[in-house]
Design a protein. Structure first.
Length: 282
């Protein structure tokens, strides 16, 4: 009896551990991008926290040479060897953070461009806008967007280059997922899928069939694809699949992302392949 109870306890513990493993959330990953989000006289450093395919939070800062004699605060070592390499240092020029110098910089914005709110408020509005969005949602928002019209899309941000900062967040999110995409393919074609390829659009290298065995109807498989960090990671892959009947489906604008992909039956009316970026309802 004791052996039976011990065995039952061991099974329960194993089930509990397995359940915990299945319920464990995806890790939170950090990524960072350095970009020219606004003009040619500064650079932005943008950090994003990503869990799964969702951007949990972003942090935006931007750096520009400013006048310390007028009140700007320079980055660390501005008064040491680093600062001595800044052109105009002898006249008080320093490299400064716009977040740290929000009052100083915003006063200049108000005087020169009629700005009505601190730059930090706009940064925070953009950070609020991107928080909770998936990478795919943010891609959809910025693709083909007009910079002027995009200012109105982010409530509370008055910066003319709002779109540039949002694209910077997207670049940081790509960096967070490490240039590796995770694609869970659900076969809803009604027949076996025998071949799947992820072609690098930057090099047009198709590579080998990623399926070790045919993917049966209603079955699923998760594939990964890694690209070098220097490559463009949005719309960088072409997904091609072939069914046992010989039908070939192609989707040419896949990005580096974590996303479910349904491979659906051929649309008899148009002859187009329907690919859905949602997991099956079941």
């Amino acid at each position: 009896m004791k052996k039976v109870l011990a065995l039952l306890l061991a099974v329960l513990m194993l089930c509990s551990v397995t359940a915990m493993a299945e319920e464990a959330p995806a890790p939170i990953l950090l990524g960072q991008a350095k970009c020219a989000a606004h003009g040619a006289q500064c650079f932005a450093v943008i950090t994003a926290a990503v869990q799964g395919d969702t951007i949990l939070a972003a942090y935006i800062d931007e750096f520009q040479v400013m006048d310390s004699t007028a009140g700007a605060v320079g980055v660390p070592n501005s008064d040491a060897a680093f600062g001595a390499n800044i052109v105009g240092n002898e006249n008080g020029k320093v490299l400064g953070s716009k977040r740290q110098n929000t009052n100083f910089y915003s006063a200049n914005m108000a005087a020169k461009a009629g700005s009505t709110q601190p730059i930090l408020a706009s940064f925070e509005a953009i950070e609020k806008y991107v928080a909770g969005k998936t990478i795919a949602e943010l891609e959809a928002a910025v693709n083909g967007a007009d910079a002027a019209a995009f200012v109105d899309a982010v409530s509370g941000a008055t910066l003319v280059d709002t779109l540039g900062y949002v694209k910077g967040v997207l670049a940081a999110a790509y960096d967070a997922i490490g240039g590796t995409g995770h694609y869970t393919l659900y076969n809803k074609t009604g027949e076996a899928v025998t071949e799947v390829y992820l072609t690098d659009n930057n090099t047009n290298e198709q590579g080998v069939n990623l399926l070790k065995a045919p993917l049966a109807a209603d079955a699923s498989v998760t594939l990964t694809k890694t690209l070098p960090g220097s490559e463009k990671l949005d719309h960088c892959l072409t997904l091609t699949f072939v069914t046992e009947s010989g039908y070939q489906g192609v989707f040419s604008t896949l990005s580096i992302e974590n996303v479910p992909v349904q491979l659906l039956k051929v649309d008899a009316a148009s002859g187009a392949t329907t690919i859905s970026f949602f997991p099956p309802a079941e």
